[in-house]
Design a protein around this ligand. Sequence first.
Ligand SMILES: Nc1ncnc2c1ncn2[C@@H]1O[C@H](COP(=O)(O)OP(=O)(O)OP(=O)(O)O)[C@@H](O)[C@H]1O
Ligand SMILES: [Mg+2]
Length: 251
Amino acid sequence: MSSMIEVKNVRKLFVNEEGEKNEVLKNVSFHVDKNEFVVIFGPGQCGKTTLLNIIAGLEEATDGEVLKMGETVSGPGPDRAVVFQDILLFPWLTVMQNVEYSMKVRGMDSRMRREEAGKYIDLVGLNGFEKAYPVQISGGMKQRVGIARAYCTKPDVMLMDEPFGALDAQTRYLMQDEVIRISSTEKRTVVFVTNNVEEAIYLADRIIIMTDCPSTVLKDIKIDLPRPRSYVDPEFLSLRKEISAMLNRKR
Ligand SMILES: Nc1ncnc2c1ncn2[C@@H]1O[C@H](COP(=O)(O)OP(=O)(O)OP(=O)(O)O)[C@@H](O)[C@H]1O
Ligand SMILES: [Mg+2]
């Protein structure tokens, strides 16, 4: 059986207006199985967003390809929902209307889309805030809207790009638990990008560790720690030490 996602020898070269080349990804290969929670972990600016965008079909690989259930990805699709690094909500729409938006665009009737949106608003713990506008809610709540909105398209794969990077530590911990709770209720394949080693170990079934730019896969490690995990568990701490050491060694 084919993997849910297969990244095969992906290379990405950006060329600027002066013709200067910037090789961001070189020969990246890994796979993601169905219902697996895979974290892509790497240093800042190593091409994590670029890689996620290639999986999403928003960006084209220079060489290599991405397969989704054995089929070549050639563009974006509702089967691969993205939660972006900087969440963008329509400021003139309420929480409910933001979550409903993609279903409205797809022509779903208003009763059905309200029902669906309500279900996911509930799931992300935003009930009571349906009528609030983005300016009236916190950063953590905006991310919850982004997650609800992504789940509404019933994607096979959730692509999450450092969704909690801009949150304060306390809210970040809370959201990590929320994401685990949500993905155990609403079973999906998740590819989650972070540059935070603790977040990676806390969330992942498997971590793909990337090198510095031009980046490639340094290591692919299965995380077998039982859940719920604890940041201060000795096994957690030793994994953290091991992974941090790998990254310092780089290529
Ligand atoms: N559209 C683009 N055109 C040209 N260069 C780009 C483009 N997108 C990204 N890059 C370059 O690719 C490199 C990697 O960027 P990318 O955003 O993928 O890294 P990242 O690992 O997600 O970074 P961060 O940790 O800041 O989120 C950077 O040097 C960036 O300047
Ligand atoms: Mg990024």
